[in-house]
Design a protein around this ligand. Structure first.
Ligand code: KG4
Ligand code: ZN
Length: 340
């Protein structure tokens, strides 16, 4: 056992085939191949995703090893996403990890994708970012999840709030679909919103108790509003696209920020981190930076490449399990609904 093992991370839970090499917590390479095939269907088609992973996984791993300037035999362990995610996609990464582990006689480590998003804060690359100190609250916002997590240590995390229906990323993507934008729409809304006025339109915000979230009422209010406006003017969306995107983004981010504030009040913890695809949102990042200045909270925002799905986060989560020798057996299986 070494303190700075070389770990190959594999991520294949949805539509990104990713491989990364870390030495200790230092990134040596981080390769992502995003599947384009789903765009024409307006969402991820599970069967196509799994076939694309099968095509991509070997080349993506080869590039990761080459960019890291190491040899296959230098790798001390392979970490892979066990779940949650699409079963067919997860199976590709799981099977690859088993084959690699067997052939190289190295340990295999299974990783929970949502915990890995949080542990991405501990990845070191060449910038000067520092990691949050325990305990901290992490808002984990992705295409499938929206959670507030109290992070006590690398190994001890507790969900203190979750969505009762849609995830924040899903809300972005569904609103983008209503506006006729392509999939995944979160990034496009973010870009268009920069040119719009976020007070132009008002959409309903949920009244959910405690630290839980809800986005389905908001999404329905967007849908009804747009349908009504289109019946009056069929060009309503194209005439107002920037203001619509800005107002939609504003409402989703407000919902998230209100719950962050509430979690600070309830726990007394003022160290806040964000993680997951939606944490790439520029307005959310900007508003959190303002909170840091105004209220002196300690805010931790990951680099963009570690917000959306990536394998460096799988490798770092693998590192902490490696340190405790928490290795998987060959009967370890993928789990679409892996719990936290
Ligand atoms: O974590 P992630 O890459 O994959 C999942 O585990 O789901 O998150 C993907 C989600 C998608 O819903 C996507 O629209 C959203 O993150 N997303 C964004 C932005 N970039 C990605 N949402 C808002 N603004 C962005 N800039
Ligand atoms: Zn994710």
């Amino acid at each position: 056992m070494t303190n700075t093992p070389i770990i190959l991370g594999i991520e294949s839970s949805c539509d990104d085939t990713a491989a990364a090499i870390l030495q200790g917590n230092q990134v040596l390479s981080n390769i992502i191949s995003t599947q384009k095939v789903h765009k024409q269907y307006g969402g991820v088609v599970p069967e196509l995703a799994s076939r694309e992973h099968q095509k991509n996984i070997v080349p993506v791993v080869d590039i990761a090893i080459k960019e890291a300037r190491i040899k296959k035999n230098d790798i001390d362990a392979i970490a892979f996403t066990k779940g949650p995610g699409l079963l067919g996609s997860l199976l590709v990464g799981t099977s690859f990890a088993k084959g690699f582990s067997l052939s190289k006689k190295i340990p295999m480590i299974c990783v929970n994708h949502m915990k890995a998003h949080i542990l991405a804060h501990f990845i070191k690359d060449n910038d000067k970012r520092i990691a949050p100190k325990f305990p901290f609250i992490c808002l984990t916002v992705s295409g499938g999840h929206t959670q507030l997590v109290k992070v006590n240590s690398y190994y001890d995390m507790q969900i203190i709030g979750t969505t009762l229906d849609d995830a924040a990323g899903e809300a972005f993507d569904k609103c983008a679909k209503i506006l006729g934008l392509s999939y995944p729409g979160g990034y496009i809304i973010d870009q268009y919103a920069k040119k719009g006025n976020n007070k132009s339109f008002q959409f309903s915000k949920p009244k959910v108790q405690g630290l839980d979230f809800s986005f389905s009422g908001f999404k329905t209010s967007v849908l009804y509003f747009i349908n009504k406006q289109i019946s009056l003017d069929k060009n309503f969306i194209s005439k107002n696209i920037y203001d619509l995107c800005a107002s939609i983004q504003y409402t989703i981010v407000e919902i998230l920020l209100q719950k962050i504030e509430k979690s600070i009040k309830e726990t007394g913890i003022t160290t806040i981190a964000i993680a997951g695809g939606v944490s790439a949102n520029s307005y959310l990042r900007e508003q959190l930076s303002k909170l840091q200045d105004q209220k002196k909270y300690n805010i931790f925002i990951p680099k963009l490449e570690y917000c959306t799905d990536n394998a460096a986060m799988i490798a770092i989560a693998g590192l902490y399990k490696y340190k405790k020798e928490e290795f998987s057996l060959y009967n370890e299986s993928a789990s679409a609904r892996l719990s936290f």
